[in-house]
Write a protein that binds this ligand. Structure first.
Ligand code: GLC
Length: 466
């Protein structure tokens, strides 16, 4: 998919010369050529290797202590606590022994107080509610109930059920947690409520996604999240992990949590930063961090589009120079508005008109304004999907021996599930960098809610003898 500033998709019917020139500039910045992607992929590979050798590198390549694979024949009910961006889910996963899982879950929204201070006490209270509602609370005579804990933030694991929070990412920023063992924090909060619950596995959401995908499909090698944030985990041969000083697992392999959202955060030298990205980064809660994530994931795409919209409005190239209180507020443009803009194919772009006039609070828009908005949504979304291929390709080419037989990738997250064309552009871009005879062995599928189910599966593996 090579594009130039004259790409017909970005010729705006009825636009003035100045408007078209501004769109052409955006096209130049946002549409990446295959050779640009190839160069970035090469750097990504180098960073992976570096992260396998030592801690503290930009790609953390964190050993997850998960060394087993489910067979798909296991049965029984297992539990997990899944902390995502703003929600917490308590899960009971019942494995049917044929690769299928029935889940029952209860969802809680993090309160402002939990986000500001009392996160772990809040989680413990939710666990209590979940157990009490189902009459599952163990009494003094019963053994504690085991639960996997999916924690979707970078943690330097110190065992399968302990790990130090390295930093907050995405929207959460609870004080007093960085540098501490998050399982200890939760276990103490559970103890304060007198709950006999043992956290038997601490799991990144990507590791959970991989394991839930592996229960259904034994050829799974990689789990990816393209959602509010982005990251991936994959099975690596332990002999390739020079920094691993622990015992060699019987299986010879371990799942690594790459924390790939951080790629290029140290020197901002390889990703295609535009002034709109730089502005977003500067005003985010984590400047100079998660550079790759900020170009790809759902939390940020709306904000990039907002920066572009204001850049155009300030030059009187959009909305006749008008803005609105809503448009002027950071994070006011949700990524779902970009999805709505992309799917609007009506002659007057009436969906986009609704978004501009009702949601963005700009009283009037011309058809040209709406066409420009649609172009912005396409550009930001397409760049995200094309850049997403980099991590996938770099990881697959790291272990080319796996590509000679069927290999499966489980993916979860709102971008992959809902953003128009994301899945298709991603697969098409990956196909351009992997030889055809190998590409045909790769399958991708949605591992819906895999993060929590995977943590329950890991809790099950921990309870099972080799
Ligand atoms: C962020 C977190 C990472 C998580 C990802 C997807 O990048 O740092 O741990 O896996 O978001 O939720």
């Amino acid at each position: 998919m090579s594009s130039s500033p004259t790409d017909p998709r970005f010729v705006i019917e009825g636009a003035t010369e100045e408007q078209q020139a501004a769109v052409d500039e955006l096209v130049k910045q946002f549409l990446l050529t295959d050779s640009q992607l190839e160069a970035i992929t090469k750097e990504f590979r180098r960073r992976m290797e570096e992260g396998l050798v030592a801690d503290g590198k930009v790609l953390k390549m964190i050993p997850s202590y998960v060394t087993k694979r489910p067979k798909g024949t296991e049965t029984g009910s297992y539990y997990a606590i899944d902390l995502g961006g703003t929600n917490l889910r308590l899960i009971r996963a019942t494995l049917d022994g044929k690769g299928g899982v029935k889940t029952e879950h209860q969802k809680f929204t993090l309160t402002e107080e939990a986000k500001a201070r009392t996160l772990f006490d809040f989680i413990a209270q939710c666990v209590e509610t979940f157990l009490d509602d189902r009459n599952l609370r163990p009494t003094g005579q019963q053994p504690p109930i085991s639960m996997g804990f999916t924690f979707s933030y970078p943690v330097q694991q110190t065992s399968i059920n302990s790990g130090i929070l390295v930093q907050w990412t995405k929207g959460l920023n609870v004080p007093g947690c960085v540098g501490r063992d998050v399982v200890r924090l939760l276990q103490d909060a559970l103890l304060r409520l007198g709950l006999r619950v043992k956290i038997s596995a601490l799991v990144n959401d990507t590791v959970g996604t991989l394991l839930s995908s592996a229960y259904a499909n034994p050829s799974s090698q990689m789990g990816i999240i393209f959602g509010t944030g982005t990251n991936a985990a994959y099975y690596e041969d332990v002999s390739n992990v020079a920094k691993w000083k622990g015992p060699n697992p019987a299986s010879g392999e371990m799942v690594l949590n790459m924390e790939w959202g951080a790629f290029d955060s140290d020197d901002f030298a390889f990703l295609p930063f535009t002034p709109h990205d730089i502005k977003l980064d500067r005003k985010s809660i984590n400047p100079r961090k998660q550079a790759y994530e900020k170009m790809i994931s759902g939390m940020y795409l709306g904000e990039i589009a907002r920066n572009i919209i204001l850049w155009l409005a300030d030059q009187r190239l959009l909305f006749d120079g008008r803005s609105s209180d809503i448009l002027n507020a950071m994070w006011s443009i949700d990524t779902s508005y970009l999805s709505a803009a992309i799917i609007d194919e009506s002659p007057t772009l009436s969906e986009i008109q609704q978004v501009i006039e009702k949601t963005m609070g700009v009283p009037r828009s011309t058809l040209v304004d709406r066409r420009i908005l649609r172009a912005i949504a396409h550009l930001v979304g397409e760049r995200a999907a094309r850049l997403s291929s980099i991590g996938v390709v770099a990881t697959l080419l790291k272990r080319p021996e796996l590509l000679s037989k069927p290999i499966h990738i489980g993916i979860d997250g709102s971008m992959y599930e809902h953003f128009p064309n994301f899945e298709c552009i991603l697969a098409k871009t990956v196909s351009r960098f992997i030889p055809e005879h190998q590409f045909k062995n790769i399958s991708f599928s949605l591992a819906k809610d895999g993060s929590g189910v995977g943590a329950a599966i890991i809790a099950m593996l921990m309870a099972t003898e080799d």
